[in-house]
Every structure is written in structure tokens, then in C-alpha cells.
Design a protein. Structure first.
Length: 433
């Protein structure tokens, strides 16, 4: 089999890249070991759409992607009868915390034109009755005596009314894949890449299990938690200044308390790094609760993504949900854990790598898990811009490619996502970026 481009990974990132490249006329093949599109880390995403990032590139891509979600059918070129993922505008209150101060975001919000409100503690209580506005920092686990200490002082929040969430992340990936197929893309599922063919001067294709060879002069690594393994097969990564590693994560499901349900079906999303959690409403009156990597919860790094236990654990469920209940005083903590477990592909600075590599024709879209689902409408455009430039002789390492966003018209220097960048020291060091 021959094609122009092989994309390894059929999650929301790989599907977005497939759509933009096939739209641009590339004969595109997508390979994934799973049995369906979006069955990997995409299916475990909380699908929160927010704009709080520590860099201009992060803010600008997230803001532009919001318009893509709002105009999802138009973005896809979808027919009227196609079932589509939906964007729910809930608003997000990011509670005050010193490791991610508001003054880091506000100049970037002003530059992008993102509406926001600064809430003091009194406004926070009016907007979310029943919320505890005391400061608990640092987060602790229930077995630690500090967990039960009374809060000190008060906190407010930075509220962005245009934030929200996507109803079904796996369906969103399938929507992108279906749109790509309408432009000629082919998806090879239940197929594992066993070798990357190259002669050190250029990429030649991949070998699949069963010894089938797919030839192409361009390969894009969008393999999520398996991206490091694919880089090893391609013998790339020695020049990277930022590494990526697989991390096991859990997101827990409980019934939404009145303080959230009062805001309607979309509820209101809360980012609470003060207690190490985030929350958003779920269809059917539920509430999703995830973690923001507080130091009290050991990071679950994996040598092999296949090692991840597929079910949630009671100890982490109790820790995250009980911390959320300290903030939402009307939240009930169930006896039995419920939720989903998945594996993230995490970069050292929680900023993705969208770039070429030192192997001509081999590109990467990695380190994306946890905070890049929201950028699916634009990620394909980023990779298309880089690939188109490099394949036509542009030295992306020397002079980074610039992209003007489709909806907002903002210019992004794609060097912010370079494999050779200086790690982002402005990041919170968590999924919040």
C-alpha cells in the first residue's frame, strides 16, 4: 500500500490531523491498534474547553478552538443527519491559587479578546451557593491530619463565561474521522506498527503486524501514550529537550450537588488547584471530578501503557471526591467508586510537542493528553502548516512556522511547541498548563 502520509494514532489528535491533511489533498492513511476511533486516551478525556494557559500559544489555540466547537458541523462539513458531539457552554471558575496567579493569564486574555470576570469571595458565594471560599493549600489526602484542618483566609476566582465541555469526546474523534474519510482518508484499525522504515535520510513508511508494509514519505506520530515507543522504532528523540511519558489517570463520577445543578444541565465548571481537583457537570445530573496533580497524590508513571489498571481505585476516588466535597459542601461522597481510568501522554512541562524531527519526513504530535483535547479543531491546522512548510524547504528549526488562526485571526509562533524548546517554566506543572 502506498500513501502520501501515514498517521499513527486514531484519537482526537490523529483524526484532526487526518482531516486537515486530507482536505489539503494528501492521500492519508491512519493506523491504530484499537478497534475504533477515539478508543484510547481520548475516551478517558473530561473534554473541558478552557483558556487558562501560561503562554500566548496556549491561550490563542484554546480560544480559536472554542469557535470550532461552537461551529462543529461547519468545521466538519457534516451532513444534517450525522450524530455530532455537542459543545456545552457552562462557564468556568478558576479559583485563586498562588502557583497559577491570574496576572499570568489576564494580559493574554486581553490580547486574545477573551471575556472574563474577576470574582471576589462574596461574588463566588452568590454565584455558587454552598461553596466553601476558604483556602486549604496545600492539598492533602484524607488520611493526613492536615486534610481536616480549617481553611485559612478566603479566595476568589477568575470566571470565563465562554468555557465549557464537549458532550462525548469519543464521538468527537469519530466525527473528525468521518470528515477525513469524506476527503479520502483511510483508517486501518486493529493494526499495530511493528517497525518504521527509513534510511536515516528520509522516512519510507511503516510495517504493520502481519508484515504488511505501508509506504509513505511522511509519518506523523500521534500515538498518545505509545508515542515514545514509536519514536524508539523510528530512532528519533535524541535531540528532544522535552520528554514525554505515559501516566495513568482517573476521572471520577458522582451525582451533581444542588450548587452545580442549579446552573442548569451544563452546570458550571470549577478548577480548584487549591484542593487539587477540577469539576464539571455531566449529562444525566452527574459530576465529573478529576485531579490537578497535587503533590499529595503520587504520580502514576508507567514504563508501558499496557500496564495500566483499567478500573478506578477506591483510595484515589476517596481522595479526589472528598477534596471536592470540602469545596462543595452539598456534595455527597458515595461509598463505592465510579469513573474511568485512562493513560495520558505527558510532556515534562505539560505543553505538547507539535514538530518535525531530525529524521526527515517523521513528525510528532505528542505530549497532548490531559489538556489538548480542547484544541482538536486547530491541531490539524498546526501540523498541516509545519508539514507543508518543511516539505517545501522551510527550516522550521531556524525560523519557526507562524500560523494565523482560522476563527480569531491571531498569529501563533509554532516554535512554542518545538521539541527543542526551553521547557516552559511558567507552567503550573500540572494538567492546567
Amino acid at each position: 500500500m502506498h500513501s502520501d502520509v501515514i498517521i499513527v494514532g486514531a484519537g482526537v489528535i490523529g483524526a484532526s490531523i487526518a482531516l486537515e491533511l486530507s482536505r489539503a489533498g494528501y492521500d492519508t492513511v491512519v493506523v491504530d491498534k484499537a478497534g475504533g476511533v477515539g478508543h484510547g486516551s481520548t475516551s478517558a478525556s473530561s473534554a473541558v474547553v478552557r483558556f487558562n494557559f501560561s503562554s500566548w500559544a496556549g491561550v490563542a489555540t484554546a480560544w480559536d478552538s472554542k469557535f470550532g466547537w461552537e461551529k462543529w458541523a461547519d468545521h466538519l462539513g457534516a451532513g444534517s443527519r450525522e450524530p455530532l458531539a455537542r459543545f456545552h457552554r457552562s462557564g468556568l471558575a478558576m479559583l485563586d491559587v498562588d502557583i497559577a496567579p491570574h496576572d499570568r493569564y489576564l494580559p493574554l486574555f486581553d490580547r486574545a479578546g477573551i471575556p472574563y470576570q474577576v470574582w471576589d469571595a462574596a461574588r463566588l458565594v452568590r454565584e455558587i451557593p454552598g461553596i466553601e471560599v476558604g483556602r486549604f493549600w496545600p492539598p492533602a489526602r484524607p488520611e493526613d491530619a492536615r486534610f481536616w484542618a480549617a481553611p485559612v483566609g478566603q479566595l476568589g476566582a477568575l470566571y470565563t463565561p465562554d468555557a465549557g465541555f464537549v458532550s462525548d469526546p469519543q464521538l468527537a474523534a469519530q466525527n473528525l474521522a468521518s470528515a477525513a474519510e469524506r476527503h479520502g482518508a483511510r483508517f486501518l484499525l486493529r493494526r499495530t506498527v511493528t517497525a518504521v522504515l527509513h534510511n536515516h535520510d528520509c522516512i519510507e513508511g511503516v510495517v504493520l503486524d502481519g508484515a504488511e508494509v505501508v509506504h509513505a514519505p511522511i509519518v506523523v506520530n500521534a500515538a498518545g501514550p505509545w508515542s515514545s515507543q514509536l519514536n524508539q522504532l523510528a530512532e528519533v528523540g535524541g535531540e528532544f529537550t522535552v520528554r514525554v511519558r505515559p501516566m495513568r489517570q482517573e476521572v471520577h463520577h458522582v451525582s451533581a450537588p444542588p450548587s452545580i445543578a442549579a446552573h442548569g444541565p451544563a452546570g458550571i465548571a470549577i478548577a480548584d488547584m487549591d484542593l487539587g481537583t477540577y469539576m464539571r457537570a455531566e449529562s444525566g445530573g452527574g459530576l465529573l471530578i478529576g485531579g490537578t496533580e497535587p503533590e499529595c497524590d503520587p504520580f502514576q508513571w508507567l514504563d508501558d501503557p499496557e500496564q495500566a489498571r483499567p478500573t478506578v481505585t477506591k483510595d484515589l476516588f476517596d481522595a479526589q471526591v472528598m477534596r471536592a466535597a470540602r469545596r462543595l459542601t452539598d456534595l455527597t461522597v458515595p461509598d463505592h467508586p465510579n469513573g474511568i481510568a485512562g493513560v495520558y501522554d505527558v510532556a515534562d512541562d505539560w505543553t505538547p510537542i507539535y514538530d518535525k524531527t531530525d529524521l526527515p519526513g517523521f513528525y510528532v504530535a505528542i505530549g497532548t493528553s490531559g489538556n489538548q483535547f480542547k484544541n482538536a479543531p486547530i491541531v490539524g491546522q498546526l501540523l498541516h502548516a509545519i508539514i507543508e512548510g518543511v516539505e517545501n524547504g522551510h527550516d522550521h528549526d531556524r525560523t519557526a512556522t507562524k500560523l494565523t488562526t482560522r476563527y480569531g485571526g491571531h498569529q501563533i509562533d509554532l516554535g512554542a511547541f518545538s521539541r527543542r524548546r526551553t521547557p516552559n517554566r511558567g507552567t503550573s506543572g500540572t494538567v492546567m498548563g
